[in-house]
Design a protein. Structure first.
Length: 201
C-alpha cells in the first residue's frame, strides 16, 4: 500500500488554517520533465481573425513550420493545439486548437511546442493526483484516440490537485499520454505530475 498526501496551509482573514489530504492506493505513477522543457518563444498576436485564427509575429529564426503544432499563452489565457497554417521568417499563421479564445490583436504572447510523454494509467483508479511547475505551463491528459480529456493551465509556482471525494476529472478515461509545454519565455521548466492509484476503486 502507498499513501499520497497534499499539505495545505492558508493565511486568510487574519487566521492560519492548516490541513492535510491523504489517500491510500496500491500503486503510483510520476512524471518529471527531463530534460527541462525549453523556453517559449516571445511574440505578439499581430492579427486576430477570429477566436481561433490569427497571425503571431516572432523574432527572426523562430524555427517553426507548418509541420508543427503550438500552444499560445498570454496573461489570463491559453489556447492549445493550434495548427500552423503558414509561416515566414518572422510570423506564423495559427488556426484551430482548443481552450480560451485568442486575445485582442497586439497582445503579447508566448508560443511553445508541446512535448508528448507516454504515461498510461486508468483514470478510474486515481485516488489523488497533483501537478505543478515553477513556471507557467500546460499539461494535457490524452486517451488513445488521441484526444484531450483534461487540460490544465498551471500558474507559476502553484499546485493543481484532486482527491477522491468530488467528481473525478478522469472518470472513465484510459490515459495514454501527456502533452506538456512551457509558457515562460525566460526560464526552462520542469513540470511534475503524480498520481496515486487504487485498482479496487
Amino acid at each position: 500500500m502507498i499513501t499520497a498526501t497534499i499539505q495545505q496551509t492558508a493565511g486568510v482573514g487574519g487566521l492560519s488554517i492548516q490541513g492535510n489530504v491523504s489517500r491510500n492506493g496500491d500503486s503510483q505513477v510520476g512524471y518529471s520533465s527531463d530534460p527541462a522543457l525549453p523556453v517559449a518563444l516571445a511574440g505578439e498576436l499581430t492579427t486576430r481573425t477570429d477566436e481561433d485564427t490569427g497571425v503571431v509575429t516572432l523574432a527572426e529564426g523562430h524555427g517553426l513550420t507548418d509541420a508543427d503544432t503550438v500552444d499560445v499563452f498570454w496573461d489570463g489565457g491559453l489556447r492549445y493545439g493550434l495548427s500552423i497554417t503558414g509561416y515566414d521568417a518572422t510570423t506564423i499563421n495559427i488556426d484551430g486548437g482548443a481552450g480560451d479564445d485568442l486575445p485582442l490583436a497586439e497582445t503579447v504572447v508566448a508560443v511553445a511546442e508541446p512535448v508528448a510523454v507516454p504515461w498510461p494509467f486508468a483514470g478510474d483508479d486515481v485516488v489523488l493526483i497533483a501537478a505543478g511547475c515553477a513556471q507557467r505551463a500546460s499539461v494535457r491528459f490524452l486517451d488513445d484516440v488521441p484526444s484531450v480529456q483534461l487540460a490544465l493551465d498551471l500558474a507559476a509556482g502553484e499546485v493543481w490537485s484532486w482527491a477522491t471525494g468530488s467528481a473525478n476529472p478522469l472518470d472513465s478515461v484510459d490515459v495514454v499520454s501527456l502533452l506538456v509545454s512551457n509558457g515562460d519565455t525566460a526560464t526552462e521548466a520542469i513540470v511534475r505530475v503524480g498520481a496515486a492509484l487504487d485498482s479496487q476503486e
